[in-house]
Ligand binder design. Structure first.
Ligand code: NAD
Length: 241
């Protein structure tokens, strides 16, 4: 049976990488519609995937976009806060621009998307929110103080939402995926001399594939995870160990 039959799904940053893999998997699993909300269109081809241009830092744009989804479908069942960026530098060289831009997209973007969608889910009595954090949010990484702060912050917000959005009997679950290092465009800036030690340190001896994160997201999006709430699911080949 299709695991997301008739669900209305919103994925931020769905044009490429992990977001694209999730959009395609969710569409295949019978979602009525999967919205990719992204700065760019990408090449999503499934009939039930729709691209809507959105900058997750623009609160007014978020509100009108989510309102139009609500008007069209009456509900939103799944939200994946996936859009994210890196602007790496050692702390002493990290300027305010690098700090602010990562905060705005990775942390405030997640907050404002969720603020717009959670009330719709609560009104509907159910929903699944999945926030994409990172192994870096759990353990830190040299040159990524800004990124690590946002990805750790996302976990704190998720624990809060796992409590807040289940008040008054609403079954709105919030969970986190903490990927390790996955082969996407984001990793293209990382030199091979950094990637090879990462492969070597990973018990599975390779980087992850976007589809492997999409599989985990599918579990958390579907009713198969109906009693999973406030969980951080590492998808990292065991690298954290
Ligand atoms: P990616 O760079 O391939 O794709 C990110 C997508 O987000 C792009 O389509 C981009 O256009 C979109 N985006 C960026 N800023 C946006 C904005 N302001 N508004 C709307 N959309 C915006 O990245 P990815 O590797 O697929 O990463 C996806 C998520 O997974 C990110 O949150 C990232 O931090 C996280 N993550 C990635 C890895 C990895 O190894 N690739 C590891 C851990 C966590």
């Amino acid at each position: 049976m299709k695991q997301l039959k008739d669900k209305v799904v919103v994925v931020t940053g769905g044009a490429q990488g992990l977001g694209k893999a999730m959009c395609e998997r969710f569409a295949y699993e019978g979602a009525e519609v999967v919205y990719s909300l992204d700065l760019q269109k990408g090449n999503l081809t499934a009939d039930n995937v729709k691209h809507q241009e959105l900058d997750v830092t623009n609160i007014a744009e978020i509100d009108s976009c989510i309102q139009s989804v609500k008007e069209a479908y009456g509900r939103i069942d799944v939200l994946v806060n996936n859009a994210g960026v890196t602007r790496d530098a050692l702390t002493q060289k990290m300027d305010d621009n690098k700090w602010e831009s990562v905060m705005d997209i990775n942390l405030k973007g997640v907050f404002h998307m969720t603020k717009a969608i959670a009330p719709i889910m609560m009104e509907n009595g159910s929903g699944s929110i999945i926030n994409i954090s990172s192994i870096v949010g759990l353990y830190g990484n040299i040159g990524q103080a800004n990124y690590a702060a946002t990805k750790a912050g996302v976990i704190g917000m998720s624990y809060t939402w796992a409590k807040e959005f289940t008040r008054k009997g609403a079954a709105v679950r919030t969970n986190v995926i903490a990927p390790g290092f996955i082969e996407t465009d984001m990793m293209k800036t990382v030199p091979e001399k950094v990637l090879q030690p990462l492969r070597d340190q990973t018990p599975l001896k390779r980087l992850g594939r976007p589809e492997e994160v999409a599989n985990a997201a599918l579990f958390l999006a579907s009713d198969e995870s109906s009693y999973v709430n406030g969980h951080v699911l590492s998808v990292d080949g065991g690298l954290r160990l």
